[in-house]
Design a protein around this ligand. Structure first.
Ligand SMILES: Cc1cc2nc3c(=O)[nH]c(=O)nc-3n(C[C@H](O)[C@H](O)[C@H](O)COP(=O)(O)OP(=O)(O)OC[C@H]3O[C@@H](n4cnc5c(N)ncnc54)[C@H](O)[C@@H]3O)c2cc1C
Length: 423
């Protein structure tokens, strides 16, 4: 692997051969997460593919000319031609491998993969999930000198990272952008010394043996496990939803409302999130149609009153979506009235779906006791029914899911774990 500058780009990249180029920056947590993966893959694929790094801040003109606007960004070249995906943000090893494999013959790719040596590492505590719950547990464990590793399939921060402004987290006078609060929490835990393995694929979780496998080759064993994988938006599971996800259908107003300035939007749902997010979207959109399955909203009274008083918001009750379709740049939502059976199609520039959350238990749902909605049951020390396995945050069966409650759970679990390990 070699570090080059813009001056060497033509000779090293454009003059031929197969090349992977990483544009990195300093003070960049996702770049730090990528660096060991890039280096490890350069050792594996190094005979076939050239691995180069360019410091983006000092080579800005070149980066901009290649439409590389953030760090890290990895791009691939084959014989001077840009090929494959442009990877950025929390870059996974599997995404790098997919693009590297595409540069070389299939037999070569298989041969290289056969050289990957499985590794095993052992820790006192494994934290699965780096939202506020997992990060707080990591901070307390690290300060108690417990050897802990935090594993996340994305970059740390959890749901905070995609929340527009957070005004109810104590200690900040002004509302904080969610990604900044995520950054502060993540850096505080990392600077303390907790080990991070982030933007990884978690391929297996064995709670009984407190073992997980990441990126298919790395086994992590621990004496204690803290589950902190949080929750994700629920899908409607109707035709067209999967295809239009991120291309007409959004699940995050904070992320996408800004694209609907003066445009028409459909919101599906009638609970707190749907109504509060519709209010936020109305700062941008010209018209919002809320489609809700019941005959009244489920949101709290204050949110309802605000929505009913908002001239941009219209309501369609007792109606469920049956499918999504694209009509040019617009989205068509086929619906059915649950009372009359009438079928109506609504059209808008985009649709937002807010029909609740689901706990992220896919890899261990059958191995742990949950409530009827699939959230993990714990005692007041955050201990689950599985010996040595704790659970914190939104994943836990509880009444109120907030950053403060996740942080509180993380604190309790970490103190309980520390006491257990000491005894
Ligand atoms: C739009 C929106 C706005 C909100 N606004 C507020 C607010 O203003 N104030 C407030 O207090 N709360 C707010 N919340 C709720 C708050 O964000 C959550 O209660 C809190 O983030 C829960 O923290 P957590 O650590 O339990 O999980 P999450 O924040 O859900 O984090 C879970 C982490 O686990 C990772 N993960 C998932 N699966 C795996 C796996 N298999 N292996 C490894 N890692 C995995 C995820 O990538 C993620 O990083 C909001 C939520 C949303 C969606």
């Amino acid at each position: 692997m070699k570090i080059i500058t813009a001056k060497e780009f033509k000779q090293e990249v454009l003059n031929g051969g197969k090349v992977a180029v990483d544009f990195y920056s300093s003070d960049c947590p996702p770049c730090e997460a990528l660096a060991p993966k890039f280096e490890n893959l350069s050792e594996l694929y190094g005979d076939e593919i050239k691995f180069l790094k360019i410091f983006r801040q000092d080579n800005r003109e070149l980066a901009e000319s290649l439409d590389v606007n953030g760090s890290p960004t990895v791009i691939f070249y084959d014989n001077g031609e840009l090929v494959g995906d442009k990877l950025s943000g929390g870059i996974k090893r599997s995404d790098l491998i997919r693009n590297l494999d595409a540069l070389i013959p299939a037999e070569k790719a298989t041969e290289i993969k056969s050289k990957i040596k499985p590794t095993i590492s052992e820790y006192d505590t494994l934290i699965l999930g780096g939202g506020p719950g997992g990060l707080t547990a990591g901070l307390y464990l690290c300060q108690a000198r417990v050897n802990a590793v935090l594993v996340d399939t994305m970059l740390p921060g959890g749901q905070m990272s995609s929340t527009h402004k957070i005004s109810n987290y104590p200690g900040f006078i002004e509302p904080q952008p969610g990604f900044m609060l995520a950054h502060y929490m993540s850096e505080q835990t990392k600077i303390c010394g907790a080990k991070y393995k982030v933007a990884v694929d978690v391929t297996k979780v064995d709670l009984k043996n407190k073992t997980i496998i990441i990126d298919e080759f790395e086994t992590i064993k621990a004496k204690k496990v803290i589950l902190a994988t949080g929750a994700s938006p629920r899908y409607l599971n109707v035709p067209g939803e999967k295809e239009l996800k991120g291309n007409g259908i959004s699940y995050c107003a904070t992320c996408d409302a800004k694209y609907f300035h003066d445009k028409e939007v459909i919101v599906i749902g009638g609970g707190n999130t749907a109504i509060e997010e519709a209010d936020f979207i109305s700062k941008f959109a010209s018209k919002i149609t809320i489609i809700h399955q019941f005959d009244k909203l489920q949101a709290n009274k204050e949110a309802q009153e605000k929505a009913f008083a908002n001239p941009k918001i219209n309501f369609v009750f007792e109606t469920e979506p049956r499918g999504f379709e694209k009509n040019g740049n617009r989205v068509k939502v086929a619906t059915e009235n649950l009372k009359t059976g009438d079928k109506t199609t609504f059209e808008a520039d985009g649709a937002f779906v807010f029909v609740g959350m689901k706990p992220n238990t896919d890899l261990f749902a059958n191995d742990i006791e949950t409530d009827e909605w699939g959230y993990v049951k714990t005692n007041e020390d955050m201990l689950t029914n599985v010996d040595g396995v704790y659970c914190v945050g939104d994943l836990r069966s509880k009444k109120y899911r907030q950053i403060t409650t996740a942080v509180s759970d993380g604190t309790i679990a970490a103190i309980s774990v520390t006491k257990e390990l000491d005894s």
